[in-house]
Every structure is written in C-alpha cells, then in structure tokens.
Design a protein around this ligand. Structure first.
Ligand code: UDP
Length: 248
C-alpha cells in the first residue's frame, strides 16, 4: 500500500483508500515516475461480497497499491461505519481521465480484454476525444493461463506505461496480481466493463441514476442475467448495517 492505514477505510474486511479522482491521477504520475509495477483496483459492493467468499481475492484487493471507492454503495457503507470517504472514484469514469492525462504526459496506454474488437473500438474513441493519445496496443485475449505467455509477450513489445485490463471482476484483478511483476508495467488497473461503455457496446446509467445509487437497476434492465450476482447488493447492505450495530 502506498498510503498508511489511516488513509483507508475498512469495509467488511476490504481496505479502500480515501482518494479523489485528482489524487488518483497524481498517484498514477508518481507510480510511472517510480517505475515499479503497481496494481489498482476499483472496489464496489460486489467486490466486497466476493472477497468475503474468496480469500485469494480479498488478499489481492488488500494488497493493491491503490483501492478506489467505486460506487455509491461503498460511499454509503463508509458513512454508515462512521468513516466517510470523500468521493466516488469509478473505474469507468477514470479511464477517459487517465487517457487524457497520459496524452498530456506522453505516456502510452494498452487496452487488454473485452470481446474481440471492443478494446480497439474503445481506443479509437479515446483517441478521437484525446488528440495526441498514444495507444501502445489493444488485445482481447482471455484471462486463461494458457494465453498469458502470448499476452505478456505482446505487452512487453508494446512497453506501455499504463495497462487497463477488462476481464471483469474478480478474474481481471486475480490475473493482474498473478502477472504484475513479469508485466513490467508501472500502472496496471482492472476496469471491468469500461471498454464496453466507451465503445458504445453497453450503455452507462444516466448520471441521476448513478448518483441516486440506482446504477444496479439500470444494469439489471440491460443485463438481466446478472440478477443472481446482484443479490450481493442487499446482502452487502444488511452486513454493513449489522456491523454498524455491533460497533455501537
Ligand atoms: N471479459 C473478457 N473475457 C472474459 C470475461 C470477461 O474479455 O473471459 C470482458 C467482457 O467482455 C467485458 C468485461 O470483461 O468487457 C466485464 O465486464 P463487466 O461489466 O461484467 O465487469 P464486472 O462488473 O464484472 O467487473
């Protein structure tokens, strides 16, 4: 961890950094200057619930160099537990900002994951929005270990400063943790469905729904097969409330 424990909030066993989007961008610049590989994770309530089931995932999240508070559910939980976080820092919102900063600083970006063609389409959109952005490469690949040597070879050849990985949680974050050292990329971040949003494959909830904590409802409308996973949300809320009662 780059920050000490006073800067993190523990939500049901998962540590989250109290950082803003601006802080996150500043940390990214620092990480790139320092050069050693760092892992960024974007923690939402589904991550926390998965971490309670999966010890390895919990260790990966707590070992990340930067754990961003992704989602109003996390902000709500932090408030309930008496340790409010300053700002929601959603991975999908950060990607265009990371790209803009990379263009400014002359850093190269690599987009790994999503369905074939989606990362390339997202890269084109990012480049259109951010003239001067260098995308060192895009590749769908898969988080299967048999593909890892090929992916790592591609990334070594491209030598990006920032690698964004869209294999969905927890696979993307586990994959990053397994390969962080050998990737030799200073900033590696799991971004879930971000390439799908940027490429226009899926649509993000309108801002008012996001701010009202209703992003899950929008998602359920588009991706009804996620209903089972979404049961994690009320369970998360109940556990947070129980933990608050115990602390009183
Ligand atoms: N994905 C992939 N390979 C896989 C599993 C998933 O490329 O083996 C991609 C998928 O195409 C999508 C992203 O990973 O772009 C997962 O998006 P989702 O919105 O499900 O992210 P989550 O909310 O699970 O983090």
């Amino acid at each position: 961890m780059i920050l000490d424990d006073n800067d993190t909030v523990n939500i049901l066993g998962v540590h989250i950094h109290d950082v803003t989007a601006q802080d996150t961008l500043a940390h990214i610049v620092r990480f790139i200057a320092a050069g050693r590989p760092r892992q960024l994770v974007t923690v939402n309530p589904e991550f926390v619930m998965e971490a309670r089931r999966d010890e390895t995932f919990r260790r990966v999240l707590n070992g990340a160099d930067l754990a961003l508070p992704d989602g109003v559910g996390i902000l709500w939980a932090a408030r309930m537990l008496g340790r409010p976080l300053r700002e929601r820092v959603a991975g999908s919102d950060m990607v265009p900002q990371i790209a803009a900063q990379a263009a400014e600083q002359g850093h190269r970006l690599y987009l790994l994951g999503a369905a074939p063609g989606v990362a390339a389409a997202a890269a084109r959109r990012l480049q259109r929005a951010t003239p001067g952005l260098t995308v060192a490469g895009t590749w769908a690949g898969s988080p299967a270990e048999t593909e890892a040597p090929d992916i790592i070879r591609r990334i070594h050849e491209a030598r990006p400063h920032v690698l964004l990985v869209a294999y969905g949680a927890p696979q993307q974050d586990l994959w990053i943790a397994r390969h962080l050292r050998e990737l030799e990329v200073p900033v590696v971040m799991g971004v879930g469905g971000a390439f799908d949003f940027i490429a226009g494959v899926t649509r993000r909830a309108p801002r008012w729904m996001q701010d009202g904590g209703l992003e899950w409802l929008h998602r359920l409308g588009y991706q009804p097969w996620r209903w089972r996973r979404m049961l994690a949300l009320p369970q998360f809320a109940l556990l947070v409330l129980a933990s608050r009662m115990r602390a009183r």
